[in-house]
Design a binder for this molecule. Structure first.
Ligand SMILES: *[C@@H]1O[C@H](CO)[C@@H](O)[C@H](O)[C@H]1NC(C)=O
Ligand SMILES: *[C@@H]1O[C@H](CO)[C@@H](O)[C@H](O)[C@H]1NC(C)=O
Length: 251
């Protein structure tokens, strides 16, 4: 069993004792409790993003930016959601701010590294990267023509949009690939065949797979959003602690 410092003690403590949770020092950079509470700095952004909260019968969520540097951001989010168990209530996330007008084909690498921990597995939620691409370089960052998700963990029998097309190996890991639609948007989800708690990769390898096997038009699709977070369905109170999210886009 994990021994956890209650959140209010962790935030009062000047520094968490070595070896005790949380492993990184919380600096209380920002507290985001509004539905679209938003912070940005050092080329990163963090969004509370309770976009589906209206489908909950009760619940709430706050997201906290713990520290930030030019190379990474650390944050955590605490939520409780009840009702409509098949509906996503939120996608609290950290994002890399990206320049518009970069096609996937023009991007050489999309290196990213992340470490996280949920304090309970008795929830219905995933831990996932989310990417949007669109032919219009100025497309709103809440959607696109295509969505690529990488689910690095899933709890409580939640499933991606669409249906499984089989298992593929990318960058040494094994994934169930799902394909489907959200409205007009084509959605591809790579779901890890076993849950992870840290992950480093070059996301370009996932886009290359879609280009080579699913006719993804890399020459005309621009990168719109590069995010990592958790889609919460139901459960809690639960805390996801992201001790480090880093990302870089190199053309
Ligand atoms: C995107 O927005 C920029 C800045 O407003 C503008 O210069 C450009 O023409 C727009 N591109 C398209 C394809 O609409
Ligand atoms: C997880 O964190 C939340 C918020 O601090 C807390 O209320 C809850 O009891 C924790 N759950 C477990 C299983 O420790």
């Amino acid at each position: 069993m994990l021994k956890l410092i209650p959140f209010f003690l962790a935030s009062l403590a000047a520094a968490a004792p070595a070896g005790r949770y949380p492993l990184h020092r919380r600096q209380d950079v920002a507290t985001l409790c509004e539905k679209n509470g938003y912070w940005s700095g050092n080329g990163y952004e963090v969004n509370n993003n309770n976009w589906g909260a209206a489908s909950a019968t009760s619940g709430s969520q706050c997201t906290y930016v713990d520290s930030s540097s030019s190379g990474s951001v650390a944050w955590h989010t605490t939520w409780t959601w009840e009702g409509n168990e098949g509906r996503v209530k939120s996608y609290a996330n950290s994002g890399k701010q990206i320049a518009r007008g970069q096609t996937i084909a023009s991007i050489e690498s999309m290196a990213t590294s992340v470490s996280w921990q949920y304090n309970t597995s008795d929830i219905r939620a995933n831990v996932a990267y989310d990417f949007f691409t669109a032919e219009d370089p100025n497309h709103s960052s809440t959607g696109g023509d295509y969505e690529l998700m990488i689910w690095v963990a899933a709890f409580g029998n939640v499933a991606p949009i669409g249906s499984s097309t089989g298992t593929v190996t990318i960058a040494g890991d094994s994934w169930d690939l799902y394909a489907g639609h959200k409205g007009a948007m084509e959605v591809y989800t790579f779901k890890a065949t076993s849950n992870m708690d840290s992950f480093s990769t070059d996301v370009k390898e996932f886009f290359n797979y879609l280009k080579d096997n699913e006719d993804f038009p890399a020459d005309s699709q621009n990168l719109i959003a590069f995010q990592f977070g958790s889609e919460a369905f139901t459960g809690g109170p639960a805390t996801l602690d992201v001790s480090r999210f880093s990302a870089s886009v190199v053309t």
